[in-house]
Design a protein around this ligand. Structure first.
Ligand SMILES: Cc1ncc(COP(=O)(O)O)c(C=O)c1O
Length: 467
């Protein structure tokens, strides 16, 4: 086995990864060696075609499977690169936003505000004003949020569009919940304990109040349980429970929703979250069809075009769109062999891939400058910080030496957004490879001055002779 063969086995439809005659990995046609020479190491490399291919595929999957209109609201928390957000807004993606930063960057990128949802468990009055003024839909997550919205309608003179976020607890979901969710309770108990969403009774009370509220449109309901599994049955069980709860509330209150928001968590075909365990690749079309069929069936007349307009289906994919749209490149430094191990230090660390530390992610790591060399040696790929910083444990690769290049796949999701400066380490630069081969800087490399830019040393502690 070598890097090129591993890539051929692991490749998914939207990867733009090839190997040149010298055994160098190329990303979107650009040689990794050239990229690092030009922009320095380490480097995050984004690929426009990959991002857009993922977006189009999930958009088309919902367009085909749902009997009514549908919209993709890119979940910017998974990767907040402004260039990505602009590309997606130009392609027609709406947005799922938490907090002012995500909302402003989504709106500034040109996303259509009527396809933007504001989520969050503790929204401020200022944030609600901002949403109202721009015509953004608010996914309500608590009864006291209604008071804030009523006050915001009076203050801004704008009308409000709101969904109610439901908490659904389908028992059938239990077996699909693993990994980090188990820290918070066994199976579905961990969803019950999570702060998000409203149970059916609380949701119904809020809906009844909203129906009576002037200047406000109750557009529908939302749900998001989070990434659990790639199994179609898991998505179907959430959709069934969501649809049944919506139907019950709507029948009680004589409502017909115009929007239903099914949230994110749509699984990729290669997941660092699979933690090294081989997974059966399930296409997004299979997950989406299972969810849409289950939702339509649970909604009954609410999804029947003969009875009235079918609600617009919103979904909030993050990882599916950006997961493989960035590759993290690093260079090998010190190599040590002792006690039966070989430690290969690279100039990144788990600072740049925090989900290794917080979610036990395992990333596919390729020997980017030696893709034709046989895998001969198990090695610990380790980072520069004083954590253990295990980027890859016991990885079978060519015997790596100082100056070799490595590429970490799937570094597009929940990586840069979680990156830290632990050990006073500046964060890397990022470039974007365009569809026509353009290579452009989209995030400037941090310097040590950036790391300490917001620190202040009180005058009494300074050394006048030194500063
Ligand atoms: C409300 C909401 N929507 C969407 C997402 C995106 O999830 P994913 O990246 O798994 O698609 C999240 C992630 O936490 C979320 O909290």
């Amino acid at each position: 086995m070598n890097g090129a063969e591993t890539l051929a086995r692991e490749r998914i439809f939207s990867d733009r990864l090839t190997v040149d005659a010298k055994g160098m990995l190329c990303i979107g046609g650009a040689s990794v060696g050239d990229l690092l020479q030009r922009f320095g190491s380490p480097l995050v490399v984004g690929v426009e075609e990959t991002l857009l291919a993922n977006f189009e595929r999930i958009r088309d999957a919902f367009g085909t499977a749902w009997p009514g209109p549908s919209a993709i609201l890119y979940s910017t928390k998974s990767n907040d690169t402004l260039a990505f957000r602009h590309l997606l807004s130009r392609a027609g993606a709406g947005g799922d936003c938490f907090g002012e930063g995500e909302l402003r960057s989504t709106l500034d990128s040109g996303a259509d505000p009527s396809r933007v949802a504001l989520n969050g468990s503790d929204k401020t009055a200022e944030l609600i004003d901002l949403a109202l003024v721009h015509g953004v839909t608010i996914n309500i997550d608590a009864a006291d949020e209604v008071d804030l919205i009523v006050a915001a309608i009076a203050r801004t003179g704008s009308s409000a569009r709101v969904n109610i976020r439901l908490k659904v607890l389908p028992d059938e979901l239990g077996p699909y919940m693993g990994g980090s969710t188990q820290r918070h309770g066994q199976g579905i108990a961990s969803v019950r304990r999570a702060k998000w969403g409203l149970g059916p009774d609380a949701a119904q009370q809020i809906a009844a109040r909203l129906q009576q509220t002037q200047g406000l449109e109750l557009t529908g309901f939302s749900v998001h349980i989070g990434h659990l599994s790639n199994r179609p049955e898991a998505f179907a069980s959430i959709a069934t429970a969501f649809g049944a709860t919506v139907r019950k509330i709507c029948e009680k209150l004589d409502l017909r929703p115009s929007i239903l928001d099914l949230g994110g968590g749509w699984a990729r075909e290669r997941e660092p979250e699979q933690r090294g365990v081989p997974i059966e690749r399930v296409t997004v079309e299979t997950q989406v069809k299972a969810a849409c069929d289950a939702l339509a069936s649970a909604l009954g007349p609410l999804a029947d075009p003969v009875e009235g307009p079918v609600p617009e289906l919103w979904v909030e994919p993050g990882r599916y769109i950006c997961g493989n749209a960035q590759v993290l490149l690093a260079t090998v430094g010190s190599v040590k062999e002792d006690c039966g191990f070989r430690w290969v230090n690279v100039d990144i660390s788990t600072n740049n891939l925090m989900r290794i530390e917080t979610g036990a992610f395992e990333y596919q790591t390729l020997p980017a400058s030696r893709m034709h060399d046989l895998f001969t040696t198990a090695q610990e790929i380790v980072g520069r910080t004083c954590f253990r910083s295990v980027v890859g444990a016991g990885r079978l690769l060519p015997k790596l030496v100082r100056g070799d290049l490595v590429a970490i796949l799937d570094a597009g999701m929940y990586a840069e957004v979680f990156a830290t400066q632990f050990n006073s380490m500046p964060r890397p630069a990022a470039v974007l490879v365009g569809a026509k081969g353009e290579i452009e800087l989209v995030r400037v490399r941090e310097t040590l001055a950036d790391v300490f830019a917001h620190h202040r040393v009180p005058g009494r502690l300074k050394w006048p002779e030194k500063e």
